[in-house]
Design a protein around this ligand. Structure first.
Ligand SMILES: [Fe+2]
Ligand SMILES: [Fe+2]
Length: 304
């Protein structure tokens, strides 16, 4: 089993048809931000997502994970474009699992109108629906008899322009702890995915204004699982870090499309271990950095 994890594509779209009243909010700040440079950083997003889809095909990836921030401003036409340009990535033999990023809920109307559910509803099914206590979250995918994926949502609208922090609601955290005791999950290594990175590459917490507000309780909940790794995005840097207290691994996929920062993770699942290989953009195509492989979930050598 091979899993591709990418994040933060921030697909650019034309903005000239955004109604004037929609600019009277934080979106105005985001719009200016976009025009002043951000848009340029993601200008080749479509080309890179097409290249990532080719990579997925060539590498025979079974399942694809995206940890959010498809859009810049959470607008309907951005969601439409996101669904269109990620279609080939979604079309994976064992499915597609994703969570929204803070940009997908840029201001409250995206959440109120449930745009993520409207556009990505087909991807939000769970193998253990009884645990979906907060909309579709947390959702679960069981991979054969060996592994599991749990997705929790940490994104919310941030009406204040200077804040882009995230929070995992208490009921999702409580449910995560309950799930850690469920024999259908407790006996298998799990990947717990969310948009916000609980720790930065240096092992420290992100800032109060940009990071996951309840990173500590989230890490405590993840530590209840016998074997778990955390997959995230939001920080536009591809890295791997270990939680000092628990030894749990965190993989941040960074952004697959941001110029000069492109990255992702490829996970190969074997019976006795998992190999994680970072990917990068060589200017023409996505390639693997074979000198930076991380091994996790030891003691589990046959491929699943
Ligand atoms: Fe992002
Ligand atoms: Fe983000």
């Amino acid at each position: 089993m091979r899993i591709l994890h990418y994040s933060d594509p921030h697909i650019p779209t034309p903005l000239h048809h955004v109604p004037l009243y929609k600019w009277l909010s934080k979106r105005a700040v985001g719009g200016v931000n976009l025009f002043l440079g951000r848009r340029r950083l993601f200008s080749d997003a479509g080309v890179k997502l097409a290249a990532l889809a080719r990579f997925k095909q060539e590498q025979q990836v079974d399942l694809v994970i995206c940890t959010g921030d498809y859009t810049a401003l959470g607008l309907n036409h951005e969601y439409e474009e996101a669904v269109k340009v990620t279609q080939q990535l979604m079309d994976a033999p064992s499915g597609y699992v994703n969570v929204p990023g803070n940009h997908d809920y840029y201001i409250t109307d995206a959440l109120r109108e449930e745009r993520f559910r409207t556009y990505f509803g087909d991807t939000l099914g769970s193998d253990l629906p009884e645990y979906q206590v907060d909309g579709p979250w947390p959702l679960v995918r069981l991979i054969g008899n060996d592994f599991g994926i749990i997705a929790v949502n940490s994104s919310r609208p941030n009406p204040l322009p200077w804040r882009s922090s995230g929070l995992i609601p208490e009921k999702q955290l409580e449910t995560l702890v309950t799930m850690s005791k469920d024999s259908r999950l407790a006996d298998r290594p799990v990947f717990i995915m969310t948009h916000y990175a609980p720790l930065l590459a240096d092992g420290g917490y992100d800032s109060r204004l940009h990071g996951l507000t309840n990173a500590k309780p989230f890490l405590t909940a993840c530590a209840q699982f016998r074997q778990a790794a955390i997959l995230c995005g939001h920080v536009h840097q591809c890295y791997h870090v270990t939680v000092h207290e628990t030894g749990q691994a965190i993989f941040c996929a960074g952004s697959a499309t941001m110029n000069k920062k492109e990255g992702f993770w490829l996970f190969d699942l074997y019976k006795k271990e998992v190999k994680a290989t970072p990917g990068r953009w060589d200017g023409q195509q996505f390639v693997l950095s074979m000198d930076s492989i991380v091994t996790l979930f030891h003691n589990r050598s046959e491929q699943c």
